[in-house]
Write a protein that binds this ligand. Structure first.
Ligand SMILES: *[C@@H]1O[C@H](CO)[C@@H](O)[C@H](O)[C@H]1NC(C)=O
Ligand SMILES: *[C@@H]1O[C@H](CO)[C@@H](O)[C@H](O)[C@H]1NC(C)=O
Ligand SMILES: *[C@@H]1O[C@H](CO)[C@@H](O)[C@H](O)[C@H]1NC(C)=O
Length: 522
């Protein structure tokens, strides 16, 4: 038995208290960098940032979306550099995005846009000042999306690095955590398959996954590497090495909606984090929804696509279809007038979407399949008619279709008949509503809310100094070691040498036997 002296005994309780009370983390200082002008990315992260501020952390937020009212413990560093394409707040025309039809073009433009963002923002005065500043940060939160360009902030401030994926994990996001992404059953962001793939699909998924990683590396990472050294100093480590020093990755997915996949402990799903407590609807909307005894169809193409840029024939197809339905329709439509608007259609320039979808009279959601809308429909159990345009939208809608709670309406196929057929399918076949309810039930059934999960793991990595114990050994391996190419090459080589040696031996044996025979014949 251990002998404890009196002095030690009196010290023991103190020691225990010191060991049990987590390190004081009430004053961690965060730098959150949101370089994209896509509003939905900010909407996803806002509750997380505000919740951390509410818990006494100091949040410094670099984004295009400053708070309208001051929030305590929350400082904005406003990006107002105009990035090409579109400016924050305004949308893009629908015909413009149809050129992004092919996934490979999505990756191409994403990588290009990443470099453009990197170039523009590193040279943007507020970001430049931050690079030169001697401020102190404990944690740097970066988005994992189209550029790794802002990772050196974590290095510069010697801070813990946290990555947030506002979408499904990008193919190029996995290596930083050594997270498995076997393409035999894990579809990449642009493969619209809910998991079970046939031979052709697996081939396409495997080839495109590798292709996208390579494209991203050469088109976004390499140019960013040069730019980063120019602004942060020549001694900045490789971006890939900085990426591998990430302590935690929070992903906007959930296995009830996205196909289940293995995640290393440092990768945590927080799908639905932006869905906060219900807020009361504006009175006119509440009255409209309450009064719709036949139900309501909610129609929104999100914050990026502008519905008013729909070509006239497609718009009329919707309106003619709606005019034949007993339900009311609420359409997020940004223009002042809607030509040929039927009596049962109401337009709103802005909609509190998640609270509308919560209303029991909402029977269907016509959506472009953006991730936030998809998560909100799932959360509220509303069947979806989805019109995918670009990016991950087809993938999101394929997930809803696989759950039996949504169908896809091709943009090119929009006619009065196809709209009616799609709506009748989700409205009249009870399975859609039942499946949507069931999926919602699974989606909500978690030990902790998505927000609490994100906060817990964030504070966890702070408490444990970056939590290096979460890192898998896979992070340290070179890619060819990770996929065992070196081992496969070794084994194949050994077999080859063995076969070669055996053949040589046989020949030798045969020839020594044959030689005398031949001699006899001669
Ligand atoms: C801001 O942080 C302090 C501690 O640093 C905390 O006491 C305070 O409650 C926080 N403010 C808000 C509004 O949450
Ligand atoms: C186009 O719409 C019609 C209904 O009007 C439907 O039967 C058909 O399957 C659709 N085609 C495609 C490719 O979605
Ligand atoms: C890696 O992360 C840790 C915190 O988790 C940090 O202290 C360290 O400086 C980082 N190293 C590099 C090279 O960025």
């Amino acid at each position: 038995m251990m002998v404890i002296s009196a002095a030690q005994r009196s010290f023991l309780p103190v020691l225990l208290v010191i060991l049990l009370v987590p390190e004081d983390i009430s004053c961690a200082r965060f730098l959150v960098i949101l370089p994209t002008v896509v509003k939905s990315h900010f909407i996803m992260l806002e509750p997380y940032i505000k919740a951390l501020a509410g818990r006494g952390h100091e949040m410094v937020v670099v984004s295009h979306f400053p708070q309208k009212q001051p929030v305590s413990n929350y400082t904005d560093i406003v990006l107002d550099a105009s990035l090409k394409g579109y400016r924050s707040g305004t949308g893009i025309a629908i015909e413009q995005v149809l050129s992004f039809k092919f996934p490979i073009l999505n990756v191409f433009s994403l990588a290009k846009y990443g470099v453009h963002t990197c170039e523009t923002l590193l040279n943007h005065p507020p970001v430049n000042e931050l690079i030169k500043s001697d401020e102190k940060f404990d944690i740097v939160v970066n988005c994992i999306f189209h550029t790794e360009c802002f990772l050196p902030f974590a290095y510069k401030f010697k801070a813990i690095s946290i990555g947030v994926s506002t979408s499904v994990l990008m193919p190029w996001a996995n290596y930083r955590m050594g997270n498995p992404d076997n393409p035999s059953y894990i579809p990449n962001l642009f493969t619209p398959s809910p998991g079970k793939m046939n031979f052709v699909e697996r081939t396409v998924n495997a080839v495109t996954t590798v292709l996208y990683k390579a494209m991203y590396y050469f088109m976004s990472d390499c140019p960013a590497q040069k730019l980063v050294r120019q602004y942060f100093g020549q001694d900045t480590p490789d971006l890939a090495d900085l990426a591998r020093n990430t302590s935690l990755v929070l992903v906007n997915t959930h296995f009830s909606l996205n196909s289940p996949r293995p995640l290393v402990p440092g990768v945590v799903e927080i799908g639905g984090i932006h869905i906060t407590r219900p807020k009361p609807l504006p009175k006119h909307l509440q009255d409209f929804l309450d009064g719709a005894h036949q139900g309501v169809i909610y129609f929104s193409l999100g914050s990026v696509l502008q519905a008013e840029t729909l070509p006239d024939d497609k718009r009329d197809a919707f309106l003619q279809a709606f005019s034949q339905l007993p339900q009311k329709v609420l359409w997020k439509w940004e223009a002042d007038t809607l030509p040929g608007q039927p009596k049962n259609v109401r337009t709103e320039k802005w909609c509190p979407q998640v609270d509308i979808l919560r209303h029991p009279n909402v029977l269907a959601f016509i959506s472009h399949g953006g991730l936030l809308g998809t998560l909100e429909a799932t959360y509220n159990g509303v069947p979806v008619v989805g019109i995918p345009f670009f990016g991950d939208q087809r993938n999101n809608l394929a997930n809803l279709a696989a759950r039996g709670m949504g169908i896809i309406l091709e943009y090119s196929n929009i006619t009065k008949q196809s709209v009616l057929e799609a709506l009748h399918t989700v409205l009249d076949q009870p399975s859609y509503r039942e499946n949507a309810r069931c999926t919602a039930h699974i989606f909500r059934d978690r030990p902790q809310s998505a927000l609490d999960t994100a906060i817990f793991w964030t504070e966890y990595v702070i408490r444990h100094g970056g939590a290096p114990h979460l890192r898998t050994a896979g992070v340290e391996l070179a890619w060819y070691q990770y996929v065992l190419l070196d081992v496969i090459a070794f084994i194949l080589g050994t077999i080859l040498i063995f076969v070669f040696a055996v053949r040589k031996l046989f020949r030798l044996l045969c020839s020594t036997r044959k030689v005398p025979k031949k001699k006899k014949q001669q």
